[in-house]
Design a protein. Structure first.
Length: 212
């Protein structure tokens, strides 16, 4: 088991709680900037994939399934969520079941880089995942090869105090990869003719790649 997998398996419940509205200890101590960026990327991804009716989506590093189930609520025909943490997938399946979306949400326990589906998806989403991927070009290439319309990624910024604090916090957790805008331009430039847009949303860059 990799350090990333180990970390997220033990952190799954607390990560899920970040999305909650209840005043848990986790919610009150979490950095408000982190939560703001998570909310912004969630809201914008849902906005950019609408209308979702009849479409399909792949949620890479789906965690507890908030994106997958929200896309199903928006009318997705089918959503596949993939994550190598068993515990994250257990929570995601429970969420889909309690929302009545189990028939349209499939969750797979696997490493993204080893996942080889036979289908392509209208949209692909990799939110909060590039932070932990060693070899982002391989991950982007794979994601784009599985996507028909648009792929959405978040990349954590390397600038500022929050990034420094994160670097320190993750020393004892697992490897963490942060990006500057110029690094992102160099990375995404490798994937022409696909077009990309980078939005600065605070703690993260939100990247949309349109398949050409
Ligand atoms: C910060 S969480 C984000 C979850 C979800 N995308 C969200 O934004 O709510 C990152 C997730 O990516 C998963 N992950 C990281 N690297 C992965 C890999 N190589 N294969 C599968 N899952 C991975 C972790 O297990 C974790 O659940």
């Amino acid at each position: 088991m990799s350090k990333v997998e180990q970390f997220f398996d033990s952190y799954a419940g607390d990560f899920d709680a970040i999305y909650g509205t209840e005043r848990s200890l986790m919610n009150s101590v979490l950095n408000p900037i982190l939560r703001k960026s998570m909310r912004t990327r969630f809201d914008r991804t849902l906005l950019y994939t609408r209308p979702m009716t009849g479409k399909t989506a792949l949620d890479l590093g789906c965690g507890p399934g908030h994106y997958a189930t929200a896309l199903a609520s928006d009318g997705a025909e089918r959503v596949v969520g993939i994550d190598f943490s068993q515990e994250m997938i257990r929570i995601a399946r429970d969420r889909a079941s309690s929302l009545g979306h189990s028939d349209r949400c499939d969750f797979v326990v696997e490493d993204i880089l080893e996942y080889t589906p036979s289908e392509r998806f209208d949209f692909s989403i990799a939110m909060g995942v590039m932070d932990y991927i060693d070899g982002p070009d391989q991950m982007i290439r794979k994601t784009l090869s599985l996507t028909r319309e648009k792929a959405f990624f978040s990349f954590p910024t390397s600038r500022g105090l929050l990034a420094l604090q994160r670097r320190i916090r993750y020393l004892s957790r697992c490897p963490l990869y942060l990006y500057s805008r110029s690094q992102l331009n160099a990375l995404l430039g490798e994937f022409t003719p696909h077009e990309y847009e980078i939005e600065d949303i605070g703690r993260d860059f939100l990247v949309t790649v349109s398949i050409r």
